[in-house]
Design a protein around this ligand. Structure first.
Ligand SMILES: Cc1ncc(C[n+]2csc(CCOP(=O)(O)OP(=O)(O)O)c2C)c(N)n1
Length: 356
C-alpha cells in the first residue's frame, strides 16, 4: 500500500532521506545517471528547437521526467526489452538507440527510425496503452522460450484509464510474466488532470486488484527510482512476476508544441514543481557528496552539447527517400495485393525515369 507516500531517498535539496528499508545506490551509478540525464535534458531542449525550425513535426517533451526516462532504461540488462511511448524518446536514447534514429520518426522520415530488434526497444507507441499487451506478450514468449528476459513497459497516468492497461496488467499477473509496468504520473493527460482520471488512492494501489505489488516512488528522485526499478527487474527475472511502479513526477512543459498548457493549469503550479527538478536534486546530492565538482560538471555539459550538435547536424541533412520502402516491413511476406502495388509503383517510377 502507498499510505506513507512515495519512496524517497533524496530530498529536493539533494539531502539524503533516512530510510530503513532502502539504501542509496553507489555514487558512481548515480553519477552515470546524472550524465545521461544532462544529455536527456539537452535532447529535450534540442528537439523543441528543431520543432520550431520545422525539422521535426512535433515533440512530446519529457522535461522534468528525465530521472524516470534514464533510470528506467538503466535498470535493464542487454537482453531485456523496453516498450516506450511517444514521450519516451530520452528513454530510448538512454537505452542506446542513436538519438538521430529516435527523432527520425518525428522528422517524418522512415518508419520508426530504429531497428527494434537490434536495440530491444519497441517502436514508440502513440495509441495509448497499446504497447502494454504487446509488452506482456513479449515477456510471456521469452519465458516460454526459456529466456531470462525482463520487459520494462512505460505509460502515462492517462493511459491507466485504457482497457489495454487493465488487460495487460491482468494477463501479466495471471501469467506471472516478467514485466515491470512504469507509470510516469506526470499529472496530466494533455489537459485532463489526474483528479479527473482516477480517484484511486494512488495509481500504484491498482496493483492490488491485479494481484501484483504496486510501488509508489518519487519520480524526480533518481536514487529512489533506481532502487525500486532494480528491485522490480530482479523480481521479474527471478520468476516472481510483474510489478506496477508509479513514479510521482510532473510534466514541466506543454503536452507537445501543439498544446497551450496555460489554458488548463496555473503558472503557480508549474513554479511549485520547478525546484523539485530531478537534475537539480541529483546535482546537489553529487556535489554535496564530493562526487561532482565544477570541472566534472562542465565536462558533462560539454559532452551533452557535442552530442546535441551531432544530432542537429545529422537531422539537418535531408536523407534520400526510396519510395519502394513504403512497402517494406508491412508484412513478413507481402500479400499478393501489396506485391502488385509495389510492382506498379516500380513500373511507374521506371517509366518516369525513361521520360527524363
Ligand atoms: C487510444 C488513444 N486515445 C487518445 C489518444 C490521444 N492522446 C494522445 S496523448 C493523450 C494523453 C495521454 O496522457 P498520459 O497517458 O498521461 O501520458 P502523457 O502524455 O502525459 O505522457 C491522449 C488522450 C491516443 N493517442 N490514443
Amino acid at each position: 500500500m502507498t499510505r506513507d507516500g512515495p519512496i524517497r531517498l533524496l530530498a529536493a535539496d539533494g539531502a539524503v532521506v533516512e530510510d530503513q528499508r532502502h539504501s542509496l545506490p553507489p555514487a558512481e551509478s548515480l553519477l552515470a545517471h546524472y550524465r545521461t540525464m544532462v544529455l536527456g535534458r539537452r535532447l529535450n531542449e534540442l528537439a523543441g528547437a528543431l520543432v520550431r525550425q520545422g525539422r521535426l513535426a512535433v515533440y512530446p517533451s519529457s522535461r522534468g521526467q528525465e530521472a524516470c526516462q534514464v533510470v528506467a532504461a538503466g535498470a535493464l540488462r542487454p537482453g531485456d526489452w523496453l516498450f516506450p511511448t511517444y514521450r519516451d524518446s530520452v528513454a530510448a536514447a538512454a537505452r542506446g538507440v542513436d538519438a538521430v534514429e529516435v527523432l527520425t520518426l518525428l522528422a517524418g522520415d522512415w518508419h520508426c527510425g530504429y531497428d527494434p530488434l537490434r536495440h530491444r526497444v519497441a517502436p514508440q507507441a502513440t495509441p495509448l496503452a497499446t504497447q502494454l499487451p504487446h509488452a506482456v506478450g513479449v515477456a510471456h514468449a521469452a519465458r516460454l522460450k526459456g529466456e531470462d528476459t525482463v520487459v520494462m513497459a512505460l505509460c502515462g497516468d492517462g493511459a491507466t484509464s485504457e482497457g489495454d492497461f487493465h488487460e495487460a496488467l491482468n494477463f501479466a499477473a495471471v501469467l506471472r510474466a516478467p514485466v515491470v509496468f512504469l507509470v510516469q504520473n506526470n499529472k496530466y493527460a494533455i489537459s485532463v488532470p489526474l483528479a479527473r482520471q482516477s480517484v484511486a488512492p494512488s495509481l500504484a494501489d491498482k496493483g492490488v486488484g491485479y494481484g501484483m505489488p504496486g510501488v509508489l516512488v518519487d519520480g524526480n528522485d533518481a536514487a529512489a527510482l533506481s532502487v525500486v526499478l532494480q528491485e522490480a527487474v530482479e523480481r521479474a527475472a527471478a520468476g516472481a512476476g510483474p510489478t506496477l511502479v508509479e513514479a510521482d513526477t510532473y510534466r514541466l512543459e506543454a503536452h507537445t508544441n501543439a498544446d497551450d498548457a496555460a489554458r488548463y493549469r496555473a503558472d503557480a503550479e508549474v513554479s511549485e514543481w520547478q525546484p523539485r527538478d530531478p537534475l537539480i536534486r541529483l546535482r546537489a546530492h553529487l556535489r554535496a557528496e564530493g562526487v561532482l565538482d565544477d570541472r566534472a560538471d562542465a565536462e558533462i555539459a560539454e559532452a551533452a552539447e557535442a552530442e546535441a550538435e551531432r544530432v542537429r547536424t545529422a537531422l539537418a541533412a535531408d536523407s534520400p527517400v526510396d519510395p519502394a520502402e513504403l512497402f517494406a516491413h508491412v508484412h513478413a511476406r507481402p500479400t499478393p495485393d501489396v506485391a502488385a502495388q509495389a510492382a506498379l509503383l516500380q513500373a511507374e517510377l521506371a517509366a518516369q525515369e525513361e521520360i527524363r
